[in-house]
Design a binder for this molecule. Structure first.
Ligand SMILES: Nc1ncnc2c1ncn2[C@@H]1O[C@H](COP(=O)(O)OP(=O)(O)OP(=O)(O)O)[C@@H](O)[C@H]1O
Ligand SMILES: [Mg+2]
Length: 235
């Protein structure tokens, strides 16, 4: 579904990604792990057309999409839920969701998608007239994910969905992710919450200083000494 070959990204003279290779198959959940500053967000942004690559290629469903603008990638079925959860605080929950439906804005289709999102997140339906800015952290994250789903994406890219959430809300977010699997959505997830992430992901990549240093199935990584020590705090 997604294949990234030898991706190099630099901010000015600062090279942040070095020859990154990844592939994600249809229906997989793939995690990207790595310390702060490893280049995870940069990688996602570059795939999503938000940061131009210096070299390398991105293929989506067999097509070369390197450097395509974000809106065209959305049209092709990729949704990106950024770290910052760019919701509009002065608009209601429902208005935020409707804004997400810019790819296919035929009214009947939008209403059907809205119904599906509400089915998945009953909390958003209960709060549909509430201003997004007054929602709790966990609810806002649901809203950000729900908005991504309004375009019926084939691939959803989540950047640290559990960041800043209370333990209960973290559980809710991971439940949501498990739910997404049943909707036949392919998922790329960047997370610091390594245990919970490897429990839902089938495979993972570990990034350090802008390079992929390890990849494998979740079980393999969970039993790897370097991963245990560096990312799980175990000896
Ligand atoms: N717009 C930018 N201009 C210059 N440097 C940047 C920019 N964005 C990120 N960087 C730098 O690139 C490196 C990688 O950042 P990135 O945000 O991709 O890391 P990350 O793995 O997502 O980290 P975190 O876990 O903290 O979110 C960091 O050293 C960061 O300071
Ligand atoms: Mg980041």
């Amino acid at each position: 579904m997604l294949k990234v070959e030898n991706l190099d990204v630099a901010y000015g003279h600062l090279q942040v990604l070095r020859s990154v290779n990844m592939h994600i198959k249809n229906g997989e959940i793939v995690a990207i792990l790595g310390a702060n500053g490893a280049g995870k967000t940069t990688f996602l942004k570059s795939v999503m057309g938000l940061v131009p690559p210096k070299a390398g290629k991105v293929f989506y469903q067999g097509q070369d999409v390197t450097g395509l603008p974000t809106f065209q990638l959305s049209r092709k079925g990729i949704a990106f839920v950024p770290e910052e959860r760019n919701i509009f605080p002065a608009m209601t929950v429902e208005e935020n969701l409707l804004l997400g439906a810019y790819v296919n804005n035929v009214k009947s289709q939008v209403n059907a998608n809205l119904k599906d999102v509400y089915e998945m997140f009953p909390r958003l339906q209960e709060r549909r007239r509430q201003l997004a800015g007054t929602m709790s952290g966990g609810e806002r994250q649901m809203l950000a994910i729900g908005r991504g789903l309004m375009n019926k994406p084939h691939l959803i890219i989540l950047d640290e969905p559990s960041m800043g959430l209370s333990p209960t809300n973290v559980l809710i977010v991971f439940e949501t992710i498990k739910n997404l699997i049943t909707q036949e959505v392919t998922i790329i997830i960047v997370e610091q919450n390594v245990n919970a992430t490897l429990a839902v992901a089938s495979r993972a990549y570990v990034m350090e200083h802008g390079s992929v240093v390890m990849e494998g199935t979740s079980e393999t990584l969970l039993s790897n000494d370097h991963v245990k020590k560096t990312y799980l705090g175990l000896n």
